[in-house]
Unconditional design. Sequence first.
Length: 349
Amino acid sequence: MSEFRLTKFSHGGGCGCKIAPSVLSNILQSGFAAPENKQLLVGNASNDDAAAYDLGNGTALISTTDFFMPIVDDAFSFGKIASANAISDVYAMGGKPILAIAILGWPVEKLPAELAQQVLEGARNICMEAGIPLAGGHSIDSPEPIFGLAVSGLVDIKNLKRNNTAKEGDLLFITKPIGVGILATAQKREKISDEHLTQLIKQLTTLNKAGEALGKISGVNAMTDVTGFGLIGHLIEMAEGSGLSAEISYASIPFLESAKIYQQQKIGPDATFRNWNSYSAKVGFGAGVNVTEAFHLLPDPQTNGGLLIAVAPDSINEVIDVFESFGLEAFAQPIGKLQAKTEKIVQVI
């Protein structure tokens, strides 16, 4: 099956498939007044990672879905990546995933069924790593290959994390480097080296398991995962949703050095430009920042990106302990802070 390169059968890939934020905002507008539901703790009223529903026993059900077109050519890896990305939304809210069902669209006249079976095998592999069953799903014949999961999770309500509850003075941490959108585009254009492809797949298939442990820290005031809107987009959602602004140190942000190599060759996803066009008016830059480079990296769409965490200063040691227990020591330094609202939602210094 190696002659079938999945990325050649889709116009987008990974979380770069997301509809541009400005367009999505128009789509989600509604004049329909939904009936009040006191059990719905998190729903459409915010731009959060998943829905959360109060089960009435101190526990909330977390419900999410995520799917996209291939970001890599290998079918087994695609299944793993799409699954890890979908499960991440539960971790991003401090939850424990418990169940997944699959969402599969497959161009049956273009691609063999055996490849779709490999996608599902990749999903089973990641679900097993997360300790949950892949318990069913739904499939359709579609013009392009699509795969993802609908995932359910549980969380004690007191540990439920949202993306819009940060507090002034919180420090910002991130648990993965930025740049996989650039690497994925290099792969699609057949420009990526074997070493960098291995690096890409490893990051894309790494579960954000630390989210469940971080959810138990009361001083973690807000949390989200960085996906298709890039670091800058998800940070703006967090800061703006919390009624604050953010200041981030460009030199402190972990970037994949390999991504910078391809960025200098003018390789990058189209979604970067869509993201930047949606968010640029809310971002300011200090005099020492390489704005050209930052333009390509900060809005770079991430797939199964790291957790972005807003932490009260007196809880930093607890967070670092969790980082160390999950092998995230390299990310135990803050990249910025949240502060009172200013003219720009994010200031990059």
